[in-house]
Design a protein around this ligand. Structure first.
Ligand SMILES: Cc1ncc(COP(=O)(O)O)c(C=O)c1O
Length: 415
């Protein structure tokens, strides 16, 4: 049997819609400078789908730092993995600055958040250890756990009572195996925008013996007084044993880091396969990240501006009767009821007729009958952008309620 045969008959849960969604909903091309106004299929759109929370992606100082570093070092430098020939003082400086910022003893740079998290989990755990994790954990956590050959227990999203029950089960198992327990959750959940219950979980340390790892991809730069993250926001940074965040959101770059006690970071430096067997982050990414971190720390007004937009958008949506769930962060999901075809048609209508570009998810990413339009406010949006979007959403909701997207809507040429 040719393994390609099965691909011909089944393209996978999302791939089955390739003809309907490719080059439009999936793999769309946004063109022009990264901003709140970009071109989609030749038309200017107001963009609400970039995780450019603090507006650093196209910040002149960031652009200059990136291009100066590329001109000076090229993209190849340094050659080799960190452990072999890819070490530089700039990589070490960035690690020191992240460690200080996160109030941890040490930090280690990772080439990608996704791979980094998979590898952290893989390197920390053995068959005797047990993991307790949130059901809505990001794919990088789930995929890391696929490599774990010991037991794991999932608890329903943010359900601390169930988390406690899982800790009881885990404790019984490690008493037999002699292993340890790792609890994993997120600082801010990227789809729903609610925060992980870090405080409650840290509190469970009084009853159970475990280590706590968080993925704070959406919390770094957006949460806490100084932007340190969700640990700072909830006053429990000390109780987080391993802090992880990516550069893909507020840092508007590529790469990630993990911060912890020095002996833990030393262990990770020598044992994480994603770093040992992969080339070091190129110099422009590292020098560019130093500049981004400097701006993140020294310009609290970017975060303030972000929240002016967040508050206007979220309160405006609520006032107009939209269900935005329990978001406690800039991530703004708008929950609607409808079928996949309706979700698709809403996206088309918003893009073609209102000039609004946002991400839409329907089944199979979320349960059948649920549509989520996810908006990501940033520090560079304006209150006029918010007003324009609220008006458009009210019209779209009216059409959805009247079944317009099932019956009258003239589908885009793709479908
Ligand atoms: C919660 C979370 N963790 C990890 C990642 C992966 O990070 P990266 O894009 O750096 O691979 C993302 C997405 O970027 C994310 O949203």
């Amino acid at each position: 049997m040719d393994i390609f045969n099965k691909i011909k008959s089944s393209m996978g849960p999302l791939g089955q819609y390739i003809r309907e969604i490719d080059d439009y909903i999936a793999f769309p091309k946004l063109e022009g400078e990264i901003s709140t106004k970009m071109k989609f299929k030749g038309k200017e759109c107001l963009v609400w789908s970039l995780n450019n929370y603090l507006g650093l992606a196209n910040h002149p100082e960031v652009r200059k730092a990136d291009s100066d570093a590329a001109a000076k070092w090229g993209m190849a430098y340094p050659m080799g993995a960190r452990m072999m020939s890819g070490q530089t003082k700039y990589h070490q400086q960035l690690e020191k600055e992240f460690a200080d910022f996160e109030q941890k003893e040490a930090a280690f740079l990772l080439n990608f958040g996704y791979q980094g998290m998979v590898s952290i989990i893989d390197s920390l755990l053995d068959r005797k250890d047990v993991v307790v994790y949130d059901a809505q954990a990001h794919a990088c956590i789930i995929d890391g756990l696929r490599m774990h050959i010991g037991k794991r227990f999932v608890y329903p999203h943010n359900d601390i009572q169930k988390c406690e029950q899982m800790l009881e089960k885990a404790t019984k198992i490690v008493e037999q195996t002699g292993g340890g327990i790792l609890v994993i959750t997120e600082g801010v959940f990227g789809m729903s925008g609610d925060q992980g219950k870090l405080k409650e979980i840290v509190n469970l340390k009084k009853k159970f013996n475990f280590r706590f790892l968080i993925d704070d991809a959406h919390g770094l730069g957006t949460m806490g007084k100084t932007g340190m993250g969700t640990g700072e926001e909830q006053g429990v940074q000390d109780g987080i044993d391993i802090y992880f965040a990516t550069f893909a959101k507020s840092m508007a770059g590529i790469g990630a880091f993990v911060a912890s006690d020095k002996y833990v970071v030393d262990y990770l430096r020598y044992n994480m396969r994603s770093q040992t067997y992969a080339k070091s982050l190129p110099m422009p990414m590292v020098i560019g990240a130093l500049k981004r971190l400097e701006l993140l720390k020294s310009h609290p007004e970017y975060k303030e501006k972000l929240y002016t937009i967040v508050n206007a958008l979220q309160s405006g949506l609520r006032e107009r009767g939209f269900n935005i769930g329990n978001t406690q962060s800039p991530v703004t999901p708008v929950y609607l009821s409808g079928e996949v075809a309706e979700a698709h048609n809403i996206a088309v209508d918003l893009r073609e007729n209102y000039g609004i570009f946002c991400s839409i998810v329907g089944y199979p990413v979320v349960p059948k009958g649920v549509i989520i339009i996810r908006l990501i406010p940033t520090a560079i949006h304006t209150l006029e952008d918010v007003k324009f979007t609220l008006d458009a959403f009210s019209e779209v909701k009216g059409k959805l309620d009247n079944k317009y997207y099932l019956t009258n809507f003239v589908k885009h040429g793709l479908v």
